[in-house]
Design a protein around this ligand. Structure first.
Ligand SMILES: NC(=O)C1=CN([C@@H]2O[C@H](COP(=O)(O)OP(=O)(O)OC[C@H]3O[C@@H](n4cnc5c(N)ncnc54)[C@H](OP(=O)(O)O)[C@@H]3O)[C@@H](O)[C@H]2O)C=CC1
Ligand SMILES: CCCCCC(=O)/C=C/[C@H]1[C@H](O)CC(=O)[C@@H]1CCCCCCC(=O)O
Length: 332
């Protein structure tokens, strides 16, 4: 039996493209050793951080996936167990069980793919990132990449908590969706000036800026649009991930994030133990129809590249995931 995986055939420099990736086949052994399991990817996540790490020619592409145990010699992982794991962009892999995480909350009837999105890493980012901003009813929050995996949840959770939400997005479709989600003001930054738009709807500034984009937004909003006592969460900096040379000042944003400096640098894995609490709460909201989730589902392992590159072109509405064709069992 053969598995497939992607390696970085060329280190990223500037805009990522097809040439950065190579799809290679590898042999899987016929027999497992005692304690081993063979897993097959069911859904794989593509996320912006993959543009940054590890970026060494020849290295495997990293990432999280939801995989099914399809062969086992490990009593802890019976056949058909679903596990979340950072196995990277591979269709199959052998594991001794280390790093295989079962779903840690009751998913109920919610689609399993949400464990990579709203009820996975991006969901935890929205939930704990917002919490870190200490939001209070009637405050104003501004969120960039507002129709994305993280941003769409931040806006909705903030609305549920009684805040006024301003979102920035890159298309009219995304704008309309965010309005459907109940955001108070949404602007397409490609057809309007985000600074002017903010001045119009929040002339006295905003209390919270949940920054998913960095770059111009970060500097302009901090310098011109924050209220006294305001909080800025440096969650991401996607506008700068593809820069060939690190911009003189935007390196600051990345340093704030990675070192969790207190303008608040934020890393969702710092809250890992508490994720199940958040997911139980958010899943209830999903099942009650109060938290809406969209996914951009790409089908087939060969579409990993397209799904990933789409993040930087704004192709995705909501969370981008790749569903692999699974010949053993069929998940919704
Ligand atoms: N700190 C942490 O622990 C975590 C941080 N993050 C960060 O959060 C951010 C959002 O991630 P995620 O929700 O997964 O991704 P999204 O689902 O939001 O997808 C990325 C979106 O970013 C927008 N975008 C892409 N390029 C640019 C650009 N040059 N300028 C402005 N917007 C751009 C596009 O939306 P549009 O069409 O609206 O422009 C695109 O759809 C990222 O920066 C990511 O690195 C994510 C997870 C954890
Ligand atoms: C300067 C980088 C900013 C990236 C922001 C972001 O998207 C962070 C995402 C993290 C999320 O918590 C899940 C992760 O694993 C992301 C961080 C990855 C850190 C380095 C991984 C290095 C490696 O495994 O080789």
């Amino acid at each position: 039996m053969k598995g497939k995986k992607y390696i970085l055939s060329k280190a990223f420099s500037g805009q990522a493209n097809d040439d950065n990736f190579q799809l290679v086949e590898f042999d899987l052994p016929d027999e497992l050793k005692e304690g081993e399991v063979l897993c097959q990817a069911v859904y794989l996540s593509v996320d912006p951080y993959m543009r940054l790490f590890p970026n060494t020619e020849g290295s495997p592409v990293i990432g999280e996936q939801l995989a099914e145990v399809i062969k086992t010699r490990n009593g802890e992982f019976p056949l058909a167990t679903l596990v979340l794991t950072k196995a990277g962009w591979q269709s199959h892999f052998i594991s001794n069980g280390e790093g295989l995480n079962p779903i840690r909350f009751d998913l109920g009837a919610t689609p399993i793919s949400y464990t990579l999105g709203a009820l996975g890493m991006p969901g935890a980012t929205a939930y704990f990132g917002l919490k870190k901003c200490d939001p209070k009813p009637n405050e104003i929050i501004c969120v960039s990449a507002a129709a994305g995996a993280v941003g769409s949840l931040v806006g909705q959770l903030a609305k549920i908590q009684g805040l006024t939400v301003i979102g920035f997005v890159g298309s009219e479709d995304k704008l309309n969706w965010c309005k459907e989600l109940g955001f108070d003001h949404v602007f397409n930054y490609k057809s309007s000036n985000f600074g002017e738009a903010l001045s119009q709807v929040a002339p006295n500034g905003v209390d919270i800026y949940f920054d998913n984009v960095g770059g111009d937004y970060y500097h302009t909003i901090i310098n011109k649009h924050m209220r006294k006592g305001g909080r800025v969460l440096v969650c991401g900096s996607i506008q700068t991930y593809q820069d060939k040379d690190t911009r003189k000042y935007d390196a600051t944003n990345v340093s704030v994030l990675m070192n969790e400096l207190s303008i608040y640098g934020f890393m969702c894995y710092s809250y890992y133990e508490q994720w199940p609490i958040a997911f139980t709460e958010m899943n209830k909201l999903i099942q009650e129809g109060r938290l809406k989730v969209k996914e951009q589902v790409y089908t087939g392992f060969e579409n990993m590249k397209e799904a990933f590159l789409g993040l930087f072109k704004g192709d995705n509405v909501g969370k981008a995931v790749v569903k692999t064709v699974n010949s053993f069992t069929h998940y919704p």
